[in-house]
Design a protein. Structure first.
Length: 149
C-alpha cells in the first residue's frame, strides 16, 4: 500500500504524512507541483528524522504519476461515493489525498478507481488530509494485514 499526496500545499502536513508513512512502512508518492518549495531542510524540520526511512517518489505531475502507479487509485474525498469502512482494500492500493486548499480537479476525481469518504458529524466540512490518511490507511493496513510486525 502507498500514500499519494496530490500537489500538497502545506510543508508541515507533507512532513507529517512522511512521518506517518515511515512509522507504518508505507511508501509515499508526491505529485508535484507542491504549493511550497520542496527542500531537504524544510522537509527534515517537518518530518524530523523519519524521512530517511520513507520510500519516497516524487512525480513531475499527474501524468507521470499515473504512468507509474501499479495499483488502484483510491481517492479520499468529501465527495466520495463509498464509506471507507465498507470498502475492501487490497495490498497494492494507492491512497490519494488532494490539496489541502482545493482537493483534486474533477478529471482526477473521475480517474480514481474508487472515491471514499469518512463519515463525519453534520455540518463539518472536512478533516485535515493527514488525519484522513491515517484513518483510512489504518483500515487498509488492518484489512490487508499490512501493519509492520
Amino acid at each position: 500500500m502507498r500514500l499519494a499526496l496530490y500537489q500538497p500545499d502545506i510543508p508541515q502536513n507533507a512532513g507529517a504524512a512522511l512521518r506517518l508513512a515511515a512509522c507504518l512502512g508505507v511508501g509515499v508518492d508526491i505529485i508535484e507541483p507542491c504549493g511550497f518549495v520542496w527542500s531537504e531542510p524544510k522537509m527534515r524540520r517537518a518530518g524530523m528524522d523519519y524521512l530517511e526511512n520513507v520510500d519516497l517518489k516524487r512525480h513531475s505531475g499527474w501524468t507521470a504519476f499515473r504512468g507509474q502507479a501499479g495499483g488502484r487509485i483510491v481517492l479520499l474525498t468529501t465527495a466520495g461515493a463509498d464509506r471507507f469502512d465498507d470498502f475492501r482494500f487490497r495490498a497494492d492500493d494507492i491512497l490519494l489525498v488532494g490539496r489541502e486548499s482545493a482537493g483534486v480537479p474533477a478529471e482526477i476525481h473521475e480517474a480514481a478507481d474508487a472515491r471514499l469518504l469518512i463519515p463525519m458529524m453534520p455540518g463539518m466540512r472536512s478533516l485535515n488530509v493527514v488525519n484522513a490518511a491515517a484513518i483510512v490507511l489504518g483500515e487498509g493496513l488492518r484489512q490487508t494485514k499490512g501493519f509492520p510486525t
